[in-house]
Design a protein around this ligand. Structure first.
Ligand code: NG6
Ligand code: CA
Length: 504
């Protein structure tokens, strides 16, 4: 106990003394949280990739802490983002991948990660993918202001797209309003029936510049030569061009950084790479030799490099915390025939891990996680078990912000682990693939669950099995040897622990 108090005093002292040396006596650190979409544990050269090189992200890893046992809560996007925002396990609320017209699922009356920064006097912004719903209802007028959304859960500024790059509406929104709407061409969105006369991928495959994979959807309204999930009509001037997505987000993020350089800010920069549809800017097409998935990773890496440059240019390099991570594990064929499988060339997106996106195996939720704070954090590799859901409680501690009782209750204050002061992270973590797992002392228990062992669409091992699974991650990071039959007491103990956490 004494040791923990001492360590936390050290972290506060670092923060204060750094502030005193900086331009402003008590300047709090800026925080930029960069979220990749579907980037795997093995997709970066700093995490062992040899067929692709990510020099900018590697530079960040070299100057900061490279976590090797960091997790998102879930093997899909919406649940992981829900947990990041709320500090709460998403399965408590049944959060699942949302359609593009969903209503907001984050409560507006509770503490959130951006709301906590705001309370601490930060300017807060989201730039990029949202995917947590918009407005109070599914039915909404896309041509009018839509609230509640990111601005109602703690962001002073928002520049987003609503859901995923493969879902309609394919539009940008700034502070609750779709950009470039026209009264005479109103936007309509429907996920059940076709609206308007725009061609669909199903009826007009000859209009596609990238084919949809059979049986995976992505064959509804065509936008920019790509079939999407969902139907959309109108808003023809408002529709994005996929090749410009990242550049657009980058320019908004750069501008936010430069315009807020004199006050502390929190920037949540949520990129779409390498999520489908992978349609990188022309300058990256063909560059990786691994197809558009690899090219999208190069584009992601370049974008991170541009952010690092901007931070430096704005004079903020020393006192800015940059976190780089991903919302779930990797997938190759996730809906389009984009050569991710045929041009893989021996690349291993999940590194040594089993499974990937959608999976209860480690490939689902163990992701790259890098934290850099040149003014205060020493470069190192950390083995601490940490989760993105813990950032709310941990930054609350750093900024001395109270968290209301009973809120953000699944997150833990791991400030000392995030600052590299200790390798001790969580003792216990629940991970969500299809099935839930619980990890404790390097033992991982996966609950029995129904469903195919291999997802027939993505070819990813789901981790589902009718019986219990028990792995010792210390000796078996690839989850090859199910030890459930050998250690029935361990299975019992962990099953009871999982049930207890599920019970609240
Ligand atoms: C799935 C989509 C997949 C992707 C995913 C969301 C099908 C068959 N697959 O339902 O293409 O869009 O949702 O990805 O529709 S996530 O990273 O946002 O969770
Ligand atoms: Ca994702």
């Amino acid at each position: 106990m004494k040791k923990i108090v001492l360590i936390s005093m050290l972290v506060s002292a670092t923060f204060l003394s750094f502030g005193q040396q900086g331009k402003k006596a008590t300047q709090k650190p800026n925080v930029i949280f960069i979220y990749a979409d579907d980037l795997g544990y093995g997709d970066l050269s700093s995490y062992g990739a040899t067929k692709i090189s990510t020099p900018n992200i590697d530079r960040l890893a070299k100057q900061g802490i490279r976590f090797t046992n960091a997790h998102c809560t879930s093997a899909t996007c919406t649940p992981s983002r829900y947990a990041l925002m709320t500090g709460e396990y998403p399965w408590r609320k049944g959060a699942a991948i949302l359609p593009g017209d969903a209503a907001l699922i984050i409560p507006t009356n509770r503490i959130t990660l951006p709301g906590m920064f705001k309370n601490a006097g930060y300017q807060t912004a989201i730039v990029g993918k949202w995917h947590l719903g918009l407005g109070a209802e599914v039915a909404k007028n896309w041509n009018a202001e839509i609230r509640p959304g990111p601005n109602e859960v703690g962001f002073d500024y928002s520049f987003i797209f609503p859901a995923t790059a493969d879902r309609v509406p394919t539009v940008f929104m700034e502070n609750g309003k779709v950009l470039a709407t026209e009264a005479q061409d109103p936007i309509r969105v429907d996920y059940y029936k076709k609206v308007g006369n725009d061609p669909t991928g199903e009826d007009h495959p000859e209009l596609l510049k990238m084919k949809a994979s059979p049986g995976q959807g992505h064959n509804q309204t065509i936008v920019n030569g790509i079939g999407r999930i969902g139907y959309m009509s109108g808003g023809h001037k408002a529709r994005w061009v996929d090749e410009e997505l990242s550049l657009t987000f980058l320019s908004k993020a750069q501008r936010f950084i430069e315009e807020h350089k004199t006050q502390p800010f929190f920037l949540y920069f949520a990129l779409t790479e390498p999520h489908v549809p992978r349609m990188p800017a022309t300058m990256f097409k063909g560059k990786s030799g691994l197809g558009y998935r690899g090219d999208a990773i190069l584009q992601l890496d370049w974008t991170v490099g541009e952010i690092l440059k901007q931070v430096k240019l704005s004079g903020l390099a020393k006192n800015t915390i940059i976190i780089f991570t991903s919302d779930n594990g990797p997938v190759l064929n996730d809906g389009y025939e984009d050569e991710a499988v045929t041009k893989l060339n021996g690349h291993t997106p999940a590194g040594p891990l089993r499974g990937g996106k959608y999976s209860a195996f480690e490939g689902g939720t163990r992701i790259p996680f890098i934290l850099s704070w040149p003014g205060a954090v020493k470069p190192q590799t950390s083995l601490a078990l940490v989760c993105q859901m813990d950032l709310l409680a941990s930054f609350s501690k750093l900024l001395h912000q109270p968290v209301p009782n009973g809120e953000a209750a699944d997150g833990e204050n791991l400030l000392n682990a995030f600052m590299g002061k200790t390798q001790q992270g969580r003792k216990v973590l629940v991970q969500q693939g299809g099935a839930l797992s619980v990890v404790k002392d390097n033992w991982k228990y996966i609950e029995p669950s129904k469903g195919a062992a291999v997802n027939p669409l993505t070819q990813i091992e789901t981790g589902s099995a009718p019986g219990p699974q028990l792995y010792n991650l210390k000796d078996d990071i690839g989850e090859k040897n199910n030890l459930a039959a050998k250690y029935p007491d361990k299975v019992k103990e962990l099953a009871a622990l999982l049930a207890k956490i599920q019970g609240g």
